[in-house]
Design a binder for this molecule. Structure first.
Ligand SMILES: [Zn+2]
Length: 512
């Protein structure tokens, strides 16, 4: 039986089209999930929407809809976007699901009976957009530390969850589990900014709105967002049936935007501790996509949506851009100009050109038949060694979810192959040395097969296209362990350009 690998994203708040950061999170998680499947794991990948709360209630009223109708519409749009980006999630959850609601109400009651939830009175500094109360020492210049907007004083009767009871246990866990929070910078942030200043009990009910899950034994109270939203990770994974749950939980990695890492590294683990359930093995607080200064993003009010990008540039082009542009620990920049430059340089010039000219030479010199290379020179041996080395590096980065670094090393293979073409000048060999020409073309086709297979998690369609064009029968990771598994004598497939060069000025005009 293959090994399990459980991967979760955060759930998207169903108030509108997800912004570029949420969408990046799905693309990133999808790439990791696909990589693990190709590595032989039995993957469970869960994502979905957070559908309750005051903001949604207000938006629904504004649109003259019932909240349920409103979230039905929004969630449909979000699902369509996730399909467009070719997300391979196994489960899409929605917190307005009746079964989830029942389970959350039961969790609330269970924690109340256990004494971990108690009734009190809350007065504090509140950020309305974030639906968060803040401690005095977390506020700078009257502003919310998460979103930077002004907080206001708010007061109401509420239920509280005893975070403080579990604080030491959590600190202990973080100290003893060095990989619990990655990257390192995120972990330090959590430890220094939040845990060391002490945890105040968390407000887990509201009376100021209705759109949520009522507290069973006190119907004026609606269960406040954290206990409702965070518990989705278990309610849809089999909880409270422990045997069912153990198949999908704990998460091997929980992929979370750095802006909400506090909730996932403090509140969520503590909720799990209170329920006697295992914590996620790892929480990866991924960086953001920053919208850079671009003529077009200005004219559009800085709103960039991934479905628009896909319509203009293609799905794998967009996936490639974000996966290569945002590194493991540092924010990545988006501008239309950068996107177009990257497509033209990396995809059209480097990868597309390599594949196209190699296939055309195979067609021209060998009537489309994959030649057999026999005698290897030092140049060939070096080239093969380079391919395998970059590949090895790509795999080792992927093991650490350093997706951008992995992709960079895959593209080093294409760089090396282009250089190999130039160094060997096959058009020259065609006149002088047929045997040598066979070896060079074979090595190029085989390097392209390696690269094509390696690209599968990031650019699934392009990967398939490459492997079809060279007509590679072997397409799994096992077949690239060593160089030379491509079968000579087979005919290559139909040759079509992988990418289209983008006329930058023209495209920018179109986009405004
Ligand atoms: Zn805020």
């Amino acid at each position: 039986m293959s090994k399990k690998f459980n991967i979760y994203t955060a759930i998207v708040y169903a108030t509108g089209k997800p912004h570029i950061g949420n969408t990046y999170e799905i693309i990133l998680t999808d790439a990791i999930a696909r990589y693990k499947r190709l590595s032989g794991f039995d993957v469970y990948f869960q994502t979905g929407t957070d559908e309750h709360g005051q903001k949604i209630e207000k938006e629904a009223i504004k649109h003259q809809l019932e909240p349920q109708e409103y979230v039905d519409q929004k969630t449909l749009e979000i699902k369509q976007l996730f399909e467009m980006i070719n997300s391979s999630h196994d489960k899409f959850v929605r917190t307005s699901n009746p079964i989830h609601k029942e389970k959350v109400a039961a969790i609330f009651e269970k924690l109340y009976q256990k004494g971990d939830i108690y009734k009190g009175f809350y007065e504090g500094l509140y950020c309305i957009p974030c639906e968060s109360f803040w401690l005095e020492n977390q506020i700078k210049e009257g502003k919310c530390p998460d979103c930077g907007r002004l907080v206001e004083t708010a007061k109401e009767e509420a239920y509280f969850f005893k975070l403080s009871k579990y604080a030491d246990q959590l600190i202990d866990h973080i100290e003893k589990t060095p990989d619990f929070i990655v990257p390192e910078s995120r972990k330090n942030e959590i430890a220094n900014q939040f845990l060391k200043v002490g945890l105040e009990d968390l407000c887990v009910s509201r009376t100021s709105f209705n759109w949520g899950i009522p507290v069973k034994f006190d119907q004026d109270h609606v269960i406040y967002v954290w206990l409702d939203a965070l518990t989705n990770y278990i309610t849809f994974a089999g909880y409270p049936d422990e045997k069912e749950l153990s198949k999908k939980w704990p998460a091997d990695v929980h992929v979370i935007g750095k802006d909400i890492i506090r909730f996932h590294t403090i509140y969520w683990p503590i909720i799990l501790m209170a329920l006697d359930l295992p914590l996620p093995k790892q929480i990866f607080g991924h960086p953001w996509v920053l919208i850079g200064d671009s003529k077009i993003s200005k004219s559009k009010g800085n709103l960039v949506y991934v479905d628009d990008l896909i319509n203009h540039f293609g799905v794998d082009e967009v996936r490639y851009y974000f996966l290569s542009q945002v590194s493991f620990a540092n924010d990545g920049l988006f501008t239309y100009e950068l996107l177009i430059d990257k497509i033209n340089a990396d995809l059209v010039n480097n990868l597309g050109n390599l594949v196209n000219r190699t296939l055309k030479m195979t067609e021209k010199y060998f009537d489309g038949e994959i030649p057999e290379g026999k005698k290897l020179t030092d140049l060939d041996k070096d080239f093969q060694k380079n391919v395998l080395e970059y590949q090895e590096k790509a795999f080792s980065y992927l093991e650490k979810y350093q997706v951008a670094d992995a992709l960079q090393n895959i593209f080093f293979i294409f760089d090396a192959a282009n250089k190999y073409v130039d160094d060997n000048a096959p058009w020259q060999l065609a006149k002088e040395d047929q045997e040598r020409l066979k070896t060079v073309i074979y090595n190029l086709l085989e390097a392209i097969r390696h690269g094509g297979i390696l690209l599968a998690p990031f650019m699934p369609k392009v990967s398939k296209n490459i492997l079809e064009q060279i007509n590679a029968e072997k397409r799994d990771y096992a077949s690239i362990k060593k160089f030379g598994e491509l079968e000579p004598g087979e005919k290559i497939g139909d040759i079509t350009p992988l990418f289209e060069r983008i006329d930058k000025e023209k495209k920018l005009q179109e986009l405004v």
